[in-house]
Write a protein that binds this ligand. Structure first.
Ligand SMILES: NC(=O)c1ccc[n+]([C@@H]2O[C@H](COP(=O)([O-])OP(=O)(O)OC[C@H]3O[C@@H](n4cnc5c(N)ncnc54)[C@H](OP(=O)(O)O)[C@@H]3O)[C@@H](O)[C@H]2O)c1
Length: 163
């Protein structure tokens, strides 16, 4: 399984159940990686998407404790056990964990590659994830040149488990 996330300087990822900043090129980067693949998310992240709708051209898997939850175009799973049973049918390289914080913080240890968009700004987040730079089990295996959009500079990094 892979993970993809955008973080600010404090490893903040969201505010008011939304993203911190609109970065169109980063959204394209996200799309390029996840298109035609399987995306796994928590219920709040689905509801934070435009119109609360499934991402097109992807298999959307949504985790919620609510057994009556309905999400058109999504595979709804109600437990961790059910999630991993469903995921057995897919190639692990094709599965992308796309948030939010509860999902990242619980399942990052199961991910082989972690694609982190590192935004060089403090964006006043209310939702945070673990700081991979403080975990010696992870190393940066690739890093892009800085990108600048809407006055915000960021880089695309890939973390992998240290050998
Ligand atoms: N920067 C980024 O790249 C990025 C990416 C994605 C999301 N985000 C941001 O992250 C924030 C949302 O994160 P969040 O942590 O609040 O919410 P979340 O992880 O998206 O969803 C949490 C919900 O998922 C369900 N869930 C999680 N683990 C479960 C389990 N083991 N069993 C059953 N259900 C489970 C529960 O749903 P029920 O309450 O229905 O039971 C829980 O309330 C938003 O601000 C969003 O914009 C940022």
């Amino acid at each position: 399984m892979n993970l993809i996330v955008a973080v600010d300087r404090n490893w903040g990822i969201g505010r008011d159940n939304g993203l911190l900043v609109h970065l169109p090129e980063d959204l394209k980067y996200f799309k390029r990686h996840t298109l035609d693949k399987v995306v796994v998310m928590g219920r709040k992240t689905l509801e934070s998407m435009p119109g609360g709708k499934a991402l097109p051209k992807r298999t959307n898997i949504v985790l919620t404790g609510n057994r009556d939850y309905e999400a058109p175009g999504c595979v709804v799973v109600n437990s961790e056990e059910e999630l991993f049973t469903v995921l057995e049918q897919y190639d692990t390289d094709d599965v992308w964990l796309i948030g939010g914080a509860s999902m990242y913080n619980r399942y990052f240890g199961m991910c082989d590659k972690l694609f982190v968009t590192k935004i060089d700004a403090d964006l006043d987040a209310d939702t945070f994830i673990f700081n991979l730079d403080e975990d010696s089990n992870y190393v940066v295996s690739s890093q892009s040149e800085p990108q600048t959009e809407n006055g915000i500079t960021y880089r695309w990094l890939v973390y992998e488990r240290a050998k």
